[in-house]
Design a binder for this molecule. Structure first.
Ligand SMILES: CCCCCC(=O)SCCNC(=O)CCNC(=O)[C@H](O)C(C)(C)COP(=O)(O)OP(=O)(O)OC[C@H]1O[C@@H](n2cnc3c(N)ncnc32)[C@H](O)[C@@H]1OP(=O)(O)O
Length: 548
């Protein structure tokens, strides 16, 4: 039996899909699924917090596969990380066919819950205890996802400012968005709320899905299928007795999909008379629709008729841009050319930079290749991907090593392969883009790189400092004939504190195919070039360390 706090709250819910849970196609309705996901995740959060929790938000949710009547749904939720008063809960939904036992993923989502005892303020949470390598990995990535979550509005606003161009709507067949406006109302009753009288977040999401799907159906004359949701945020609570008013409207259409925006306002009896709404929730839901043969239907073009409609129309385009950027970044891509550095994908690039390094560092099966007193070299092979780890014992505090290694303009002082290094863009305190030139590997041409360096400080002394590196493409710095443009897929440092005056620096590099022959030869030989560079790095760190 797991006890509270042992490995973060973990909860599992299993359900059989009955006709009452299904839509007209006999598939589990998205609304019902959202209710189960929210309840399971909230229970996991409460298992860790030991007090009542409320849903603050549910990140982008993608629905991969449908579950049908008679199949079995399993929802697993686990607290990945406790921040101060909030927690990230990871949710994985799978469906199993009773006859074949085949299991498929329905959805993977992340939600944030805030510990909020009834009638009291928020409370500070205990950190979760990490038992497995997977727990460690999710714990590290949770803070990266939080950066994206909390920075989303800013990214969105910046992109909206950039996209401030006038759209023209000349298509005569375009449908007015007003035609898709749907309003609905619900009275919150005891079965819709938890034992404290707070409306279930999952229930609100289910009601939103119903209204949004009616709005989308006005355009496709068919039954829309929910594909994804662009973040549910719960701005404020609602309780039993509240009237919830839902307004849904199509914001934009994209060939085979449609974005519907839903706004939820709550009123108690007094507010109802005075027409004083509480805005408790807004979300953007993406649907597609299929014909009898299962082929995707094309949605008609739409035209907004008001200033607000115009803003929502442009907002949908921006959200789609961010969504596509997210998909590109989070899907494992290993080949050139590196992704372009654009406003819409910066948060995901940084996430993917740190996440890829963290994944690499957490891999099992590293094999030791060479050992000196202070330097150990490890390799890792997976299919045709070779990765390298160089472990260095350094007699300076970890914080100092971090500040010296995260400034790439200093790397010429210890890596003799580097010819020059300059900052191209100081994006923010934690992110910089550098232009680096280095000695040729094969042939005569020196190499050049455009790299994103993301640096992260640990939240707790037991966690490492991280400096993650990957190539990016900048349109302002195209490849030039004098240099061979080279790519870094995943590289960087993890710096672990060993004592007040010692640290262990681990350098990682996922070797690109161009460098493979060179490195393999080098590794099976004396590994001398790598060892020499590592020894120079230690010397540099200890020399600089002694000055401060
Ligand atoms: C069994 C089933 C039960 C299901 C439970 C439900 O459905 S509950 C019902 C649906 N949900 C609700 O009714 C909640 C409505 N919303 C609220 O009450 C409030 O907005 C809130 C408690 C979530 C946040 O309150 P405040 O805005 O005062 O709090 P504050 O700004 O200090 O934030 C508290 C913590 O939450 C984080 N936080 C706030 N909004 C966030 C968001 N959209 N996404 C992620 N995290 C968020 C902050 O970073 C902070 O984390 P750190 O402190 O860690 O830095």
């Amino acid at each position: 039996m797991e006890r509270r706090g042992e490995a973060g709250g973990r909860v599992c819910m299993s359900q059989t899909v009955f006709p009452a849970h299904a839509d007209h196609r006999g598939e589990l309705s998205a609304g019902q699924l959202l209710k189960w996901m929210d309840a399971t995740a909230c229970l996991a959060a409460e298992k860790h917090a030991g007090v009542s929790c409320v849903t603050a938000s549910m990140d982008d949710i993608q629905f991969e596969d449908a579950a049908r009547v008679g199949q079995i749904i399993t929802i697993k939720a686990k607290v990945n990380r406790a921040f101060k008063t909030s927690m990230e809960v990871g949710i994985k939904v799978t469906v199993q066919d009773v006859l074949t036992n085949v299991e498929k993923i329905v959805s993977v989502a992340y939600a944030t819950y805030v510990a909020k005892p009834v009638g009291a303020g928020k409370i500070e949470l205990e950190p979760i205890k990490l038992l497995s390598a997977q727990d460690h990995l999710e714990h590290t990535l949770a803070i990266e996802r939080r950066r994206i979550r909390l920075g989303y509005e800013q990214v969105f606003e910046n992109l909206m400012l950039e996209s401030n161009k006038e759209d023209t709507f000349e298509d005569e067949d375009a449908v007015s968005t007003e035609f898709t406006h749907v309003q609905s109302i619900e009275l919150v009753q005891p079965p819709h709320a938890n034992h404290h009288g707070n409306t279930f977040g999952g229930q609100i999401m289910a009601w939103m899905e119903t209204v949004a799907s009616i709005s989308a159906s006005r355009l496709c004359h068919s039954y829309p299928i929910l594909k994804s949701v662009n973040m549910f945020k719960f701005w404020g609570p609602s309780v039993v007795g509240d009237r919830l008013v839902f307004n849904a409207i199509v914001n934009n259409t994209f060939q085979n999909s449609v974005e519907v925006g839903v706004r939820v306002e709550a009123y108690n009896c007094e507010e109802w008379i005075k027409d004083q709404a509480r805005h408790i929730n807004s979300a953007f839901l993406i649907f597609n629709a299929v014909n009898d043969k299962g082929q995707l239907l094309t949605f008609p073009k739409i035209k907004p008729t008001t200033k607000d409609g115009m803003r929502r129309y442009r907002g949908a385009v921006v959200r789609r841009r961010i969504q596509l950027a997210r998909k590109c970044m989070l899907s494992a891509k290993e080949d050139k050319p590196s992704d372009p550095w654009e406003r819409s994908n910066q948060a995901y690039m940084s996430y993917s930079n740190v996440a890829t390094l963290t994944h690499l560092a957490a891999k099992l099966g590293w094999e030791i290749t060479s050992t000196l007193d202070d330097v150990k070299i490890w390799t890792h092979e997976e299919g045709d991907v070779l990765s390298l780890k160089v472990e260095m014992q350094v007699k300076i505090p970890s914080r100092l090593a971090f500040s010296l290694l995260s400034d790439f303009t200093l790397c010429q002082q210890w890596d003799k392969h580097v010819l020059s290094c300059e900052v191209l863009q100081a994006v923010n305190e934690d992110e910089k883009i550098y232009y680096v030139t280095s000695l040729p590997v094969t042939g005569d041409k020196p190499r050049d790189f455009v790299i994103l360096v993301s640096q992260r400080q640990p939240c707790k002394p037991s966690e490492p400092y991280v400096v993650a590196v990957k190539s990016v493409t900048l349109t302002s710095v195209p490849p030039s004939p004098e240099y061979c443009r080279s790519e870094i897929l995943c590289a960087g440092f993890e710096i672990h504190s060993e004592s007040n005056s010692n640290c262990k620096v681990c350098y990682f590099n996922q070797v690109t195919s161009g460098l493979m022959p060179y490195l393999v030869a080098n590794l099976t030989g004396s590994s001398k070039a790598i060892e020499d560079t590592a020894l120079e790095c230690i010397k540099f760190l200890e020399r600089e360390g002694s000055k401060s």
